[in-house]
Design a protein around this ligand. Structure first.
Ligand code: C2O
Ligand code: CU
Ligand code: CU
Length: 498
């Protein structure tokens, strides 16, 4: 930040200093004018080429009151097994920073968009209208929908401004899913276009309270507007300086000690890896992308990469009336991203009621069959190209989307996919239309079975997946879910014939 920007920052602060204590201003990085590690370092590094600095530091904003979960979509079909909803993409204004307006893009006026709640077997009809100034589509991340309903440009033309489209599909799997555009997704998702989908099945574990928690981060300037991308944000993916849970910085979850909560996490951030921990507490992972695991797994922390979901039971034990912060710990995903400090995500507030005795946790959840024997093995080599002064290019097997060769397979076949990351950073690999099981990571067998659609492939490592084409025929995509990477080449396609 040069001295002129710093002055501008001070002037801007003059108008809002009554809102925030000085200590907070310093924490925000505005009062001290910190440069490359600062929260307010917004762009202007276009000429630096390979040497592009670091993502911004996260501001430590005060906890915000209010309802934790956003609104659910209203079903206007009287048939209990048909859910018909209206969804409109349109700009709106929100207040992410105290006293500042941010113009966002929303579904039905809110970030996140309204939650879709349904049961396995329900039919969903979405009357979608595009009131954005540019073309868009909706992709139903993780849902096994017909290819022409998947929202990718492989099967659907972009919906122009003022245009509409009727999405219709049946829900096949219970779990936590999400929806977002598949056109310029790096820009459109950052601006706020995402929402969650909860599909319930039979025999799910019970909890006293359930929350869907969509995690995101936005990179804002001090006036509340979105910062411009720089070389670093294009290369490592755009990380923000404000963390959001359900569209709000640091919301408060009220819990009672000893009472079980079910939290469904979705990582909707462009690029941020959330390494979640609740200091002193265990998390019980019961499910992920494709629904429940076979048995709960007790963990101290949880790495959630962009696109990924985690279904967690927690039974927080703390003194009535006390507080505890859910944090995101440092994580090195390449290019010094791990140098950034831990950040607060959400505040837990223990109610004054006395602690309850925790209920026993179910020992098994369901069974997940092993995939059949593979009919072939494929390799996917992820590479990156940095040239000074140019936007980086990311490739899979030497090809950069949209100049790709579609792979071909048949419905019902199982394949082994070796995703080999030859780059200096991690990539979250995402598959449309079908779930996979992780077989091994760098040759080490995965200790448990799970259905997944997004998996982290750490730098200089290989993850082996077993992919079963159990779903619909058509043209499908796979890509890195760091949206800057997917939009800059790291995306491929495959054709499934009936
Ligand atoms: Cu959530 Cu093709 O992505
Ligand atoms: Cu997807
Ligand atoms: Cu990537």
């Amino acid at each position: 930040m040069d001295s002129k920007q710093r002055e501008g920052g001070r002037r801007a602060l003059g108008g809002m200093s009554w809102l925030l204590p000085l200590g907070l201003l310093v924490a925000l990085g505005w009062a001290c004018g910190s440069a490359h590690d600062g929260g307010m370092d917004h762009g202007g590094h276009g000429g630096h080429g390979g040497h592009a600095g670091m993502p911004p530091r996260v501001m430590d904003l005060p906890p915000s009151e209010g309802a934790l979960d956003g609104a659910a979509l209203v079903d206007r079909d009287p048939d209990p097994r048909v859910i018909e909803v209206d969804l409109e993409a349109r700009p709106a204004e929100v207040e992410y920073l105290p006293g500042r307006k941010t113009t966002v893009w929303t579904y039905n006026g809110s970030v996140p968009g309204p939650r879709l709640e349904a049961r396995v077997g329900d039919r969903v009809v979405v009357n979608f209208r595009n009131a954005l100034p540019e073309a868009t589509t909706i992709h139903w991340h993780g849902l096994r929908v017909p290819a022409e309903m998947d929202g990718t440009l492989a099967m659907q033309g972009p919906i122009p401004p003022g245009g509409s489209f009727r999405y219709s599909f049946e829900l096949r799997d219970a779990g936590t899913f999400w929806y977002h555009p598949h056109v310029r997704s790096d820009v459109q998702v950052e601006k706020g276009l995402y929402g969650t989908i909860i599909v319930r099945g039979e025999g799910e574990p019970t909890a006293a309270a359930e929350h869907t928690l969509v995690l995101d981060d936005v990179w804002l300037k001090e006036d509340g507007s979105f910062a411009a991308d720089d070389m670093n944000s294009l290369m490592v993916g755009r990380q923000g300086n404000v963390l959001l849970v359900n569209g709000r910085p640091r919301p408060i979850a009220t819990v009672r000690a000893g009472e079980r909560q079910r939290w469904r996490f979705v990582n909707a951030a462009n690029a941020r890896y959330f390494r979640l921990a609740l200091p002193g507490q265990k998390l019980l992972l019961i499910g992920g992308d494709g629904g429940l695991l076979e048995a709960p797994r007790e963990v101290d922390e949880l790495l959630l990469v962009p696109g990924e979901r985690a279904d967690v039971l927690i039974t927080p034990m703390g003194a009535p009336g006390s507080t505890l912060d859910l944090v995101s710990l440092p994580y090195e995903r390449g290019h010094m991203t791990g140098m950034l400090p831990a950040a607060n995500v959400m505040r837990l507030h223990y109610s004054p009621e006395p602690a309850l005795t925790p209920e026993p946790v179910p020992a098994s959840l369901r069974s997940i069959p092993a995939n059949p024997e593979p009919v072939r093995t494929r390799s996917f080599k992820l590479t990156e190209e940095m040239e000074s002064g140019k936007e980086p290019v990311f490739r899979i097997n030497g090809e950069a989307f949209p100049d790709i060769t579609h792979l071909e397979a048949k419905l019902g076949e199982t394949e082994l996919w070796d995703v080999e990351n030859d780059t200096e950073m991690d990539h979250p690999f995402h598959l449309h239309g079908f779930f996979f099981q992780v077989v091994s990571r760098d040759g080490v067998a995965e200790p448990f079975r799970a259905w997944k659609d997004t998996v982290n492939v750490p730098a200089k490592s290989t993850v082996r997946l077993s992919v079963r084409f159990d779903g619909f025929p058509g043209m499908w995509m796979y890509h890195c879910h760091i949206l800057e990477h997917g939009e800059r080449g790291m995306m491929g396609g495959f054709m499934i014939s009936p």
